[in-house]
Design a protein around this ligand. Structure first.
Ligand code: SF4
Length: 215
């Protein structure tokens, strides 16, 4: 093969198809995703549409559902927040560990000393304040940062507090479920039963429309 020739491995092609199958097998019409996943949902729509064109109306064309914060940048300020990049906040972490992680967050690189005014618009800590802190707190962060009235460490401590407040009800629910493993098992079993029934019906329909015999 020519060295300049581009190769496309199966993972690149197969993964979005697998994702599509995971969606349309259950005839889902809405998928909650982050912004980085929107192209995959578009591909899922294309695949569903193509199948429908060939074999008749079968699958809804799934739509992406974004939240108000569709993309969370990682603590390194470089890429999306991701466990594999180790720039993430672990939802199961304790408030203390979360605070420690937040203190490592990347800030405005030009603010090398406390008396240099910061630029919230390039600071990931500020972006996270916009997601997790009250609007009053966000305004204060902006004005105190741009006038060098606050230091980055204090700013991150305040952010850690907001994130911990946000996560508190989730941590409480997690604790509750951890204390009732049998109940969690029941929910999973019941959900699995319902999902398998829908999937089996869809597979039947697909085999029939494609004229395939069941083995
Ligand atoms: S004070 Fe806050 S918003 Fe400003 S640069 Fe530091 S961490 Fe970022």
């Amino acid at each position: 093969m020519d060295e300049t020739e581009e190769t496309v491995n199966y993972g690149l092609v197969g993964y979005p198809v697998l994702q599509t199958a995971d969606i349309i097998l259950y005839k889902a019409d809405t998928v909650p995703v982050g912004r980085d996943q929107v192209p995959h949902i578009e591909l899922s729509r294309e695949i569903a549409r193509r199948f429908n064109n060939f074999f008749g109306d079968t699958f809804p064309e799934p739509q992406a559902k974004l939240t108000e914060s569709p993309l969370l940048v990682g603590l390194d300020g470089q890429a999306k927040m991701s466990k594999s990049l180790d720039n993430h906040l672990d939802l199961a972490a304790t408030p203390e560990d979360t605070s420690k992680r937040v203190l490592t967050a990347f800030t405005d690189p030009q603010r090398t000393t406390r008396n240099i005014p910061g630029r919230p618009e390039v600071c990931n800590v500020y972006s996270m304040h916009q997601m997790f802190s009250s609007s009053t707190a966000v305004s204060a962060v902006y004005s105190e940062c741009t006038t060098a009235a606050r230091g980055c460490v204090d700013c991150k401590r305040q952010l850690a507090g907001s994130i911990n407040d946000f996560l508190e009800p989730m941590r409480d629910r997690r604790k509750e479920y951890e204390s009732r493993p049998g109940y969690v098992r029941e929910i999973l079993d019941e959900g699995g039963k319902r999902a398998r029934a829908i999937a089996a019906k869809t597979i039947e329909e697909v085999y029939e429309k494609m004229g395939l015999a069941r083995g």
